[in-house]
Write a protein that binds this ligand. Structure first.
Ligand code: ADP
Ligand code: MG
Length: 631
């Protein structure tokens, strides 16, 4: 009888934790054992290759799963490299991996994540989450003696000699009895095992086989019989490893919809094999619609991470930059270790390299789409354009060079979305700045009094309708050395020299009138001016430099709104009859002019989409005027 040995102290503590943990993803034990079996097969295969051993081909190295309901036993059998007595002790009696410490911390912190076990390289021990006893029968390749390692976890393990016909390892799990909370019987169910293999180990590149019982109709009869078939449960070759020319659009679409639970087909598929200092395959998708929770806190970005076809992490967030967080997909690299944790990933140089390349890949795909498939790109921009604008804004403009040429804005002239480059290319020679106007909708902006004159002079205007637009543009500052100019803000400077002189003259001639208006409105406006930017409209309200009206509106909706206000300047059209009216009232009745001032200001507010302070007063004044006009 072999003497019972204690687990190394640290391993014992970890085991206790495993066994008692309320870890909800117990099912991953299967993935871990299969991945060990696959590793052991890899090792033998590698040995055969490097030592010129004949008779070992990949196809022979299958992984078998056997269910024995009578003994509540689940077995995972490989024909890999195997372990001798010493290795059984070393590998299964100790947790040599430094990751175990972090793993314990994570478990103790209650971090209940699908991946923590795989991450920390303590996979074998996960068997004890579902089994009360584990046997490992193993024969090392090239040796005659087999050994059995056995543990019921309570106080150590034994290693004994045994008979076993083949090289490789057989792991027997004696499953725990069901409890109120936990159903262990499910791991004796063929369909459940099949599901788990498909879910976690589909792309393991050895066949994972199991007997499956199905009922089949007997020939020439209505009766059914139970038939046992030996089935391969995994597909083995991942889609991303297949030659591109053999993959149809439907294959990609199906794969995407299935894997990422999207009803819609993807808008774009990017499939790449990269070889070099770091090698990887990537399969990336741009969804055609944002997921329901996309613009909320719940949405988690990231790509699935595989190492040699073995799934290691669901949402490796460092693989995609924030501004492309809509991209879904996966990366498979042989250069990454299975035992990598999220924390380690952040500092992993290899991963950074991959992430950089992925960002460039997405970038160039978008540029290509914009150039060659305008309609598709506009579709994309409708759904995810906001993300690009946020990218510029949130990075304080650092991402400007990468993202500015991917932006689209509505053009007043073209009546469709255009790029900044298209705007600048079409600019008139005398035009110095890129004009834009903001509002809730295209229609509302179109009705702004100030739009008319700018358009009339033949200048195009970009209409900004998203809240983030002006903030984004502020971060851009300029495009191709042309500054952005809000046509409702500050001085527009679009008049000819002659017009400027004329305007100065009008201002001079009406100094007293303007002063009086300004005095009447001194609590509301910074200034009252005659305007050069109005054509047929009587008045407009423009903001001073700095915060614009749209920005004021957006800012006021924020939870920590600090009451930032745009400066208000009332401009009056000197060519409008209203101006003549003002002049004559001013000559007759210095008091009356105050009512007029207030009315004009309120109108300008309404046009800008602001509410007025005293609607009743406004209404009364309008009525008075109507009555007076009909006396
Ligand atoms: P990891 O796989 O990350 O090394 P595990 O706890 O899963 O950690 O396994 C510990 C070690 O036990 C493995 O590194 C390997 O040396 C050995 N081992 C486990 N399962 C097998 C197997 N089926 N065949 C051969 N060796 C195995
Ligand atoms: Mg392992």
């Amino acid at each position: 009888m072999a003497k019972k040995k204690q687990f190394k102290a640290e391993s014992q503590r970890l085991l206790d934790l495993m066994i008692n943990s309320i870890y909800t993803h117990k099912e991953i034990f299967l993935r871990e054992l299969i991945s060990n079996a696959s590793d052991a097969s890899d090792k033998l295969y590698y040995k055969a290759l490097t030592e010129n051993i004949s008779g070992i081909s990949r196809e022979d190295l299958s992984i078998q799963i056997v269910i024995n309901k009578d003994h509540r036993m689940l077995s995972i059998i490989d024909q890999g490299i195997g372990m001798d007595a010493k290795e059984l002790e070393e590998h299964l009696g100790t947790i040599a991996n430094s990751g175990s410490f972090e793993f314990k911390n994570a478990l103790e912190k209650g971090q209940d994540d699908v991946d923590i076990i795989g991450q920390f390289g303590v996979g074998f021990y996960s068997a004890f989450m579902v089994a009360h006893k584990v046997e490992v029968i193993s024969k090392k390749y090239g040796e005659d003696q087999a050994y059995i390692w056995e543990s019921d976890t309570s106080d150590g393990y034994t290693v004994k000699e045994c008979d076993y016909p083949q090289h490789g390892t057989r792991i027997n799990l004696f499953l725990k009895e069901n409890t109120d909370d936990e159903n262990y019987d499910q791991y004796l169910d063929e369909y459940e095992i099949q599901r788990l293999v498909k879910k976690y180990s589909d792309y393991v590149h050895y066949p994972i086989e199991m007997d499956m019982t199905t009922s089949k109709q007997k020939e020439d009869s209505d009766e059914y019989e139970q038939v046992v078939e030996h089935k391969t449960l995994n597909s083995m070759v991942p889609l991303w490893k297949r030659p591109k020319k053999d993959i149809t659009k439907e294959d990609y679409n199906e794969f995407y919809q299935d894997k990422f639970n999207d009803f819609n087909e993807p808008l774009k598929v990017m499939h790449n094999s990269v070889e070099g200092t770091i090698s990887y395959d990537s399969l990336l998708f741009i969804p055609s619609k944002p997921p329901m929770n996309y613009y909320s806190q719940d949405y988690e970005k990231g790509l699935q991470l595989y190492s040699r076809g073995v799934f290691i992490m669901d949402k490796a967030s460092d693989l995609v930059p924030e501004h492309y967080r809509f991209v879904k997909g996966l990366v498979d690299s042989q250069d990454l270790s299975l035992n990598i944790s999220r924390e380690m990933l952040q500092h992993d140089r290899q991963l950074k390299l991959i992430a950089d390349k992925i960002e460039k890949r997405i970038q160039s795909e978008l540029e290509k789409m914009l150039k060659n498939e305008r309609e598709t790109y506009e579709e994309f921009f409708k759904n995810f354009g906001l993300q690009l604008k946020f990218g510029i804004y949130n990075s304080y403009g650092m991402l400007k060079d990468k993202l500015q040429d991917l932006l689209l804005f509505y053009s007043a002239n073209e009546k469709k979305l255009i790029t900044l480059n298209e705007y600048v290319e079409a600019m008139k020679e005398e035009q110095k700045e890129i004009y834009f106007a903001s509002g809730e909708t295209i229609e509302k902006i179109n009705h702004l009094p100030t739009v008319e004159m700018v358009k009339d002079k033949g200048f195009d205007i970009l209409y900004l309708t998203d809240n983030v637009d002006e903030f984004c543009i502020q971060m851009l500052r300029e495009y191709k050395e042309k500054a952005f100019k809000n046509i409702n803000q500050g001085d527009l400077d679009i008049e000819s020299e002659e017009e400027k002189k004329e305007l100065e003259q009008v201002n001079e001639d009406n100094k007293d009138l303007l002063e009086t208006l300004k005095e009447a409105l001194k609590d509301q406006v910074q200034d009252v001016k005659v305007s050069s930017r109005l054509k047929t409209h009587p008045v407009c309200l423009v903001s001073g430099e700095g915060v614009s009206f749209e920005m004021e509106k957006v800012l006021s909706q924020m939870p920590d709104a600090q009451g930032v206000k745009a400066g208000r300047i009332l401009e009056i059209n000197p060519n409008h009859q209203i101006f003549t009216a003002l002049q004559s009232v001013f000559d007759k009745d210095k008091e009356k002019i105050k009512d007029y001032a207030s009315l004009l200001y309120d109108q300008a507010l309404l046009i800008e989409g602001f509410s007025i302070d005293d609607p009743v007063g406004f209404s009364n004044k309008v009525c008075d005027l109507m009555v007076e006009a009909n006396k």
